[in-house]
Each structure stands twice: as structure tokens, then as C-alpha cells.
Design a protein around this ligand. Sequence first.
Ligand code: TRP
Length: 446
Amino acid sequence: MTRESWRTRLGFILAAVGSAVGLGNVWRFPWMTAENGGSAFLVVYLAIILLIGVPGLLAEFVIGRRSQRNPAGALFRLSGSKSWGAVGLFGVVTAVVLLSFYSVVGGWILRYFLASFTGGYFGSPGAYFGSINFGLPAVGFHVAFLGLTSLVVLGGVRDGIEKATKVMMPAIVVLLVALAAWATTRTGADAGLSFYLDFDAAYLRANFFDVLGAAAGQALFTLSLGVGTMITYASYLGDDHNLAFDGSIIAVLNTGVGVLAGFVVFPLLFATVGELTGPAASGGGPGALFVSLAGAFTQVPFGQVLAIAFFGVIVLAALSSSISMLEIPVAYLVDEHDLERRTATGALAGLVLLTGSANALNPALFDFVASTLVDLMLTAGLAGFLVFVGWVLGKDAVAEFSTGAGSRVQSLGPAWLWSVRTILPLFLLGTLAVNLLALAGVSILG
Ligand code: TRP
């Protein structure tokens, strides 16, 4: 059977943007921004996207297109070494771990979307979240969300992922622009905008390393790096693509959607609550911004319509990301173990049904997986891919980088390779070491 490929260039770009745009942009980015000094975080985050995110994205693209394989098969085939194959397999495993918590959050969102029609949480937003976030109700909606994800992946690259994301992405942008236009013109929105946009140098100086760590983690998460999503998606590409150009478009669109979400969230919170207080400001866990925002919708005219639009955006964004997580292990089983796409998708959906339910039933496990474990695995994974591209592929990576590109982009190849060999993995390994020490410190003290 011949391997599938994208039908059009736009189809690939939108699928990759669909992977990148997700809960990371609409939920995690405003939450991290709120916890890390607003504008101070925004500036550092944008710098990291440019200096680490884009070159890292291109490294995954180069591996994927050159090998035409899933992450494990790609690293094994390009190097002939089983150990490198294991590094790729680590990414495949990370994808399963990631989907196991992402699908639970996706279930919450699905539930909020449906409850926006009935007004289910309008009475007491805080208590409502507490009653649905973990336990059997959470399991049910996790399974529903996983079912939707599996249906798209079952359809395959062209008829499933490409078709679905081509509709979802424009819908997301249109709805978010409308919501931002509305939110920023509310009375009281100014305070939110200045929290978001007025650069606070003093905060940054006092908390530099915390902000740096949070911004780096967020940058990898939002660009879907370190797992092999972008390896897998680029493996369905031909030689006529300009990787650097496509990668830049993807990063710009993804960052744009994140920044746009900030223009919805902060004005809305400040306009209704007056200042950033309560769960959103203190960072009271993963549900914080959720509770505050749903609460905000209950306080404004036409709140119900706005809530439907807002949670509708998030459902679409979350789905276009979760399908990219499931596609990695599916591609692995199809490429390396000759399974039918149907069998592979079914088997993996069954597995994630179990691992996700464990997260939905155990808040402590969920917290550990969603923050600590995922951060560590993404950072280690991307460091592995970069060392592979820099030191194993080397000159071949520059050749792949240049294939299909104009001469101006081609001249950037050597500088890109240099950064992939040196500062980028050093930065990631440094972050990893700091995170691991913190983890060890906690467990020694605790
Ligand atoms: N980028 C997505 C988001 O922001 C999440 C995501 C999809 C992801 N695929 C990934 C994160 C792979 C890390 C790795 O919601």
C-alpha cells in the first residue's frame, strides 16, 4: 500500500496549525501569562518562539520529510541505529501520555460547550466545575472526546485530518476575532489590556528564571514540539515544499491565535471582575481560568451566546490538536507493524480510554501528568531530536532544509544547523536539569 500524502500545501499548513493551535493557546497561554506577570511573560515567550520554537519546528520537519516515516521509524532508518530508533519511540510514547490528559480536558470543554446551551453552569460556575472535573462524569466526557478524535483519525490523512482541519481553522479565527472585538470594547477592558500589554521590567527582573522556564515550556507545548507530531505531519510531504517558509507561517499563525485569545480573556476578566483576582490570579490549578471565564460569561449581556461561541472555538481547537497526538502512534503501528489504520486506531483508542480514565479518576495523577511529566518528556524529546539532526544528519539536514526553498532561505541553512547543534540542545538540557533537580528536591523534602 502506498503511503498517504497531503492533497494541498494549504491542507498541510492548516493541519499543522491545527495541531499547534489548541488548549495551549486558549487555555494554557492566558493562564501562564496571568501567573507570570502578564506582559513580562508575553515578551519572553515571543522571543523563545522565534529563537527556539521555529528552529526546533524546522528540525522536526527535516526528519519527517527526509524519512517519510513516523518518529521511531524515522530516526531508526536515517541512522541505522536501534538506539536512535528508541529516541523516536520515546516520542511515540509521549504522544500517548499527552493524549491521556489532553482528552480529559477536552472532555471538560465539550461539557462546557453543551452546558452553555442549557445554562448548566450559570447558577454557580465554581461549584459546577468542581462537580464535573474528576470522577465518573469526567470519564464519560473523556470517552466522548476521544471518540470524536478517533473518528477523524480513522478517516486518514486526506479524508480525515486534512478535511476536518480545513474547516476548523478558519472557523476558529473568525469566532476569536469577533469575540476579541467585542471584549476589548467593553467598559473596564482597558485595565485588562494594560495588564497584558504594558511591559513590566521590574517584574521580569525579579522573576527572570521562573518566567523563562514557564515561557520555554509553553513555547514547546504550543508548537507541538518534542513528541514527533511535526515529524509525522511532515512525513506526508513531498520535495516541493519550502520547509522554512511553511514553518514560519505555522509559527506566526499559532502565535497570533494565542495572542488573540489574550485579547478575549484579559479584557473580559478585568471588565467583569474589575481586577485579576480569585482563582485566575492565584493560579489555583488547571481549572482556574476556566471557572473565572465561565463566571464572566454569566455576568454580561448575551453571555450565553458568547459562551457558546467561546467554548465552540475551544472544542474545535482541542480536537484539531488531539487528532495530531493520536496520529503519531497510529502512524507508528501502520508503518512499522503493518497494521491497518482501522485496527491501529481502535487499539490505541482502547489504550487511551484506560490511561485517560485513570487521569480522570485521580486528580493527583492528572496534575503530575499534565504539568511535570509532560514538561519533562517534551523537553527531553526535543533535545533528542535536535542532537539527532545536528550531529547525526548534519550536512544532510542542511540539504533537506534547502530542498524546495529559494536561495535566500537556503543561505540560512548553515546558521540553523549551527544553532541546532549547540545552543538549542544546551538550553533544553539546562532546562531539563533544573526541572529534574526541582523534582528531586520536592521528593526529598516531601
Ligand atoms: N499544541 C497543542 C496545544 O497547544 C497541543 C499539542 C498537540 C501538542 N500535539 C502536541 C503538544 C504534541 C505537544 C506535543 O494545545
